[in-house]
Design a protein around this ligand. Structure first.
Ligand code: BV8
Ligand code: ZN
Length: 241
């Protein structure tokens, strides 16, 4: 593993344009449950009851209870060494962009700035009628919050299953993936589309793609190097002086 880490450090030193794609695994060491692993959210809850537009139309209070519970969990945790190491990586000589599937806001809290939150942000709420979006830091936001502008029901400003991603964010994410020379894919099971296709866009553009995950994922055959381990242990080694 050390030889691999040294080789990746070398590539990071020479890289011109670095893109990082993260998933729930990068927040696991902060104590935030992932979705599909041990104790994962989708192991104990049904996606169709909690993270689809139909679920919200059927039972908005239940969906708000689920997101308030996650907001409560996230409000009590802190960034971990992986988040902080990625913020340090951004300060390196190469152009840098971080595409995250996570909605917890921990990359920004750790100091990352060029972050594309392609699945939204759990701390933002959106009006279902007038579209007003605002930051709501109160962890428990009640189960029937109403828009302060028009009184219509508010929803979490996140992308649910079956919903399209923001086309501008999606286009930027593809363009960044297809023009980088080094991509890190960290802590994602690589099953959710369209995010899972970004590493292939990077590969087809000739980028060197490194996966960091304790488990094997569907990307195993496509990446150039898989570093088997925890993000909080590996990423800091890539950026230490
Ligand atoms: C869309 C926000 C169309 C909400 C999320 C059949 C085939 C292909 C696609 C589909 C299909 N059926 C349906 C689809 C489309 C669907 C999809 O991909 N489904 C999958 C499940 C099959 N996609 C969609 O619906 C997307 N929209 O396609 O719309 C469209 C287009 C235009 C117009 C209208 C419609 C929307 C997808 C976004 C859904 N929203 N989240 C919320 O969070 O509440 S997705 C959800 O999954 C989270 O965002 C999460 O980030 C994302 C991916 O999960 P991961 O982050 O990878 O987390 P997971 O637990 O799975 O894995 C964790 C990994 O970390 C593991 O590998 C583990 O080993 C590793 N790990 C653990 N500890 C560590 C670690 N790694 C490192 N260090 C550690 N310490
Ligand atoms: Zn409104």
């Amino acid at each position: 593993m050390q030889a691999d880490i040294d080789a990746v450090r070398e590539r990071l030193r020479d890289a011109k344009r670095v893109v990082v794609l993260t998933g729930a695994g990068v927040s696991a060491e902060s104590g935030i449950p992932t979705f599909r692993g041990e104790g994962g959210l989708w192991r104990n809850h049904r996606v169709t009851d909690l993270a689809t537009p139909e679920a919200f139309a059927r039972n908005p209070a239940l969906v708000w209870e689920f997101y308030n519970w996650r907001r409560m969990v996230i409000s009590k945790v802190d960034c971990n060494p992986a988040h902080r190491a990625l913020a340090a990586m951004e300060k390196g000589p190469a152009d840098f962009a971080l595409i995250t599937q996570n909605i917890d806001g921990l990359h920004f809290r750790a100091g990352s700035r060029n972050v594309l939150e392609i699945h939204g942000n759990i701390w933002k709420v959106r009006c279902t009628y007038c579209g007003d979006v605002h930051l709501e830091q109160e962890p428990d936001f009640g189960t029937a919050p109403a828009c302060r502008k028009c009184g219509a029901p508010l929803r979490p400003h996140v992308v649910w299953f079956g919903e399209g991603l923001d086309p501008r964010l999606l286009d930027t994410a593809y363009r960044l993936s297809a023009s980088c020379d080094l991509m890190f894919v960290i802590g994602t099971s690589a099953v959710v589309q369209p995010a899972a296709s970004f590493p292939f866009a990077a590969k087809s553009a000739g980028a060197f793609v490194v996966e960091i995950n304790p488990e094997r994922t569907p990307l195993a055959g496509a990446v150039d190097l898989a570093l088997a381990g925890k993000a909080g242990e590996i990423v800091p080694q890539l950026v230490r002086p």
